[in-house]
Every structure is written in structure tokens, then in C-alpha cells.
Design a protein around this ligand. Structure first.
Ligand code: ADP
Ligand code: MG
Length: 381
């Protein structure tokens, strides 16, 4: 099992930062993508994308299908020609106004979304394929080291069809790592695996990349996966970077409701601002920058709410309307007693584990003020 201290890499700074640009200036980054736009025919699929990362970091490109993640990765690898902008790796301009370095000279490893191992070659030959060392012995040694890194050294003589999906994935990762790239690009590397194997391979891959000190960009459409892997996450939407930050800041201080919605379900309410605070059912919440009397949007995650069955503490009074046990948590629907007309009728609560609270029971809901998100109504689309 990988030995990793989860607390070391969860992206939580000692002093929680609120700066939404926390991270790297393009100038001192190891990888800097700046102002990259891309069209296929008349369709613009990337629009002035800028992302930057430090050496040894893992950056997750997160976004819905079709938002341009693979295109950006292919531009960095050089298998797609850059049309506009600039890509710099360790002070080398890979592509930009000064010209393009061919993909094979970039020392960038790409594991494409639909990678395929060569079916007629052994695992070892598959991994040796991209290596350019002069002697066969050196190629073999580097390939074996890469296979050992992914736990596949014992399968060197085997052919791809004899491997399970997870084993093939490990070989493909070894093949991408064997040439010792300066930067590794992984396109949805775990998407084709079943849930349990996915979680395991994710942890193994993370431990391996950190052990190697590898700088990596990993594409995923799964927010939880991005949080599990990324030192930082760039959330892409319709070809634009919506927000780039640590997992902690994206979850706790999303720039807008769309970003917030990417990281799980939300209860949506409205509240009025008085004296710089929003009067929410869960108590006053600081709402700086809003006018007195302004109605604003209030978002609360189901997992942030605390259900008080004894009704002994403070909180919004309500009645349990339904419950469903979902394994990791119980989803409990609560109807608030004093909800504004036109509001979502039911508040969804995710209580850890099994929580056998009966329908009809009077409860109170509370939430830490810092877990309540406030935004202008009719904010960015
Ligand atoms: P993602 O990886 O985020 O799902 P892609 O980068 O693969 O998104 O694609 C972004 C958009 O560009 C999609 O609408 C896709 O259909 C389109 N696209 C991707 N590659 C090509 C191509 N070679 N020719 C034309 N359109 C393409
Ligand atoms: Mg893709």
C-alpha cells in the first residue's frame, strides 16, 4: 500500500487562504500556459486559457465533458498545433510566437484518454517502445525500473490481453514514465475502471508521482477525484478557466455558484442583508459588499448542515419529511417551519453514516457561518 500522509497533500494551507489567485505567477512557474485559445473550424473550444504550476506539483484540469480539457493537454504535449497563446516549460518555450518544439523533443509524457497498448508486443516491449537510449540493455533497465514503480515488474513477459484493466493501466503509466519526462500529462486515467479499483489506482498513482517528484497535469471530470489528486485544480467550463486554486479554496471559497455546484449538491435559499450580514435561517452570516435590504443567494452544502434531533441547541426549526440511507451518509429531507415563499421547500441534509431519524420528527438545523456561501442573485452565468 502507498504510504502517504493525507494531511500533507490535501491542499489546505496552514492559514486558510482566501486569495482566489493563490498559486503561481506565470513568470515564476515551472509550466505556464498563457492566453491559449483554440478553434476547430468555426468553433472556439478554448478561450484565453491561462494556467500555471510549480515544479513537482499535481494540477488537475476539472470540467464537464466537451469543455476543452483534452485539447489543452494535447496542445501542451504538442500533438495538436498551437494557434494562439504561449506554453512555457522550465523556461523553454514549447509553443508560441517563437515557434513550436516538436512533441518528441519536449520531454513531455502524454497518457491519452483512449491509450492502447500494442497487442502484439510484450509488456516489456510496450514500455521500451518510446525509449531512445542507444543500448538495448539501457532501454530494458529503464523500462524495468518504470514497471517496478507501478508494481508490474513481474508481468514483463506477458501480453496485454492477459492483463486486467487495472494492470493495463499500470503498464500504460509505466510506458509514459519510462522516458523520464519533465512533465507528465494524464487524460482521465482512471475513467474506465470500476469504482473500487479507481480509488486504489488513484492513491497508488498519487504516491508514485509524489515519490518521483513528478510534475503532472491530470484531466478528470470528477470533482472528488480532482480533490483527491490535485495540489491545485483549474476548473474549466466552456473553454474558459472559471477558477484555479487549491482544492480547499475551490470548495470553501468558490468564486461563483457554478463553481460551488461542481463540488457537490447545494441547498439554494435567499436572504436579506442587514448591517453587512445576511439573515439566513441558520443565523446571520457576514455578507460584506452588499447593500442594506438587498436580497442575495445563499448556498449551503447538505454535508455542512448539522441535524439536532433533541432540538436543544440553536438552529432553524423544521420537520423531517423523508430519509434515505446511501451508505456513506443518510440523506434527510427537512421542511423548514419558517421558509420564505418561493424558496426550495425541502432542505437536504447529509448526515454521516446511518441516521435513523423518523419522518414527522421536529428537528433543528444549524451550520457554521463559514460553511454558508453568499452570492449576488443573478451573478455570473
Ligand atoms: P473534453 O476533453 O473536455 O471532453 P475536448 O477537448 O475533447 O473536451 O473537446 C472540446 C470540444 O472540441 C468538443 O466540442 C469536441 O467535440 C471538439 N473537438 C475536439 N477535438 C476535435 C477535432 N479534432 N475536430 C473537431 N472538433 C473537435
Ligand atoms: Mg477529454
Amino acid at each position: 500500500m502507498p504510504d502517504r500522509a493525507a494531511a500533507d497533500i490535501d491542499g489546505v494551507p496552514d492559514e486558510p487562504a482566501t486569495d482566489t489567485n493563490a498559486g503561481w505567477n506565470v513568470g515564476d512557474a515551472f509550466l505556464a500556459v498563457s492566453g491559449v485559445s483554440h478553434r476547430f473550424g468555426a468553433t472556439r473550444v478554448l478561450d484565453s486559457v491561462s494556467v500555471a504550476m510549480g515544479r513537482g506539483e499535481i494540477l488537475c484540469l476539472l470540467g464537464p465533458s466537451g469543455c476543452g480539457k483534452s485539447t489543452l493537454l494535447r496542445l501542451i504535449a504538442g500533438v495538436e498545433a498551437l494557434q494562439e497563446g504561449r506554453i512555457v516549460l522550465d523556461e523553454d518555450e514549447l509553443a508560441g510566437p517563437g515557434g513550436d518544439i516538436p512533441p518528441e523533443a519536449r520531454a513531455v509524457g502524454l497518457l491519452p484518454q483512449d491509450y492502447a497498448l500494442f497487442p502484439h508486443m510484450s509488456v516489456l516491449d510496450n514500455v521500451c517502445f518510446g525509449l531512445h537510449e542507444r543500448s538495448a540493455a539501457d532501454r530494458r533497465r529503464h523500462a524495468m525500473e518504470a514497471l517496478a514503480g507501478t508494481g508490474m515488474a513481474g508481468f514483463a513477459a506477458v501480453f496485454p490481453h492477459q492483463l486486467s484493466g487495472g494492470e493495463q493501466q499500470r503498464v500504460a503509466l509505466a510506458r509514459a514514465l519510462a522516458p523520464r519526462p519533465r512533465l507528465l500529462l494524464l487524460d482521465e486515467p482512471f475513467a474506465n475502471l470500476d469504482v473500487r479499483l479507481r480509488a486504489r489506482l488513484r492513491e497508488e498513482t498519487l504516491a508514485l508521482l509524489k515519490r518521483l517528484g513528478m510534475t503532472a497535469v491530470i484531466v478528470t471530470h470528477d470533482a472528488e477525484e480532482a480533490m483527491a489528486l490535485g495540489d491545485r485544480i483549474a476548473l474549466l467550463e466552456r473553454g474558459r478557466v472559471r477558477q484555479a486554486d487549491t482544492p480547499f479554496n475551490l470548495y470553501r471559497s468558490p468564486a461563483d455558484p457554478v463553481v460551488a455546484g461542481f463540488f457537490g449538491e447545494l441547498n439554494r435559499l435567499t436572504a436579506e442583508v442587514h448591517g453587512g450580514a445576511a439573515a439566513t435561517p441558520f443565523g446571520p452570516v457576514p455578507a460584506p459588499g452588499f447593500r442594506d435590504g438587498e436580497r442575495i443567494e445563499v448556498l449551503v452544502r447538505p454535508e455542512s448542515l448539522v441535524l439536532d434531533e433533541a432540538c436543544s441547541g440553536p438552529g432553524a426549526a423544521g420537520t423531517v419529511a423523508g430519509r434515505r440511507f446511501l451508505g456513506r451518509f443518510t440523506r434527510i429531507d427537512v421542511r423548514l417551519l419558517h421558509s420564505d415563499p418561493g424558496e426550495a421547500e425541502l432542505i437536504q441534509v447529509h448526515a454521516a453514516g446511518f441516521r435513523p431519524v423518523e419522518s414527522g420528527r421536529a428537528v433543528r438545523l444549524s451550520c457554521a457561518p463559514e460553511d454558508i456561501l453568499v452570492f449576488p442573485i443573478n451573478g455570473p452565468e
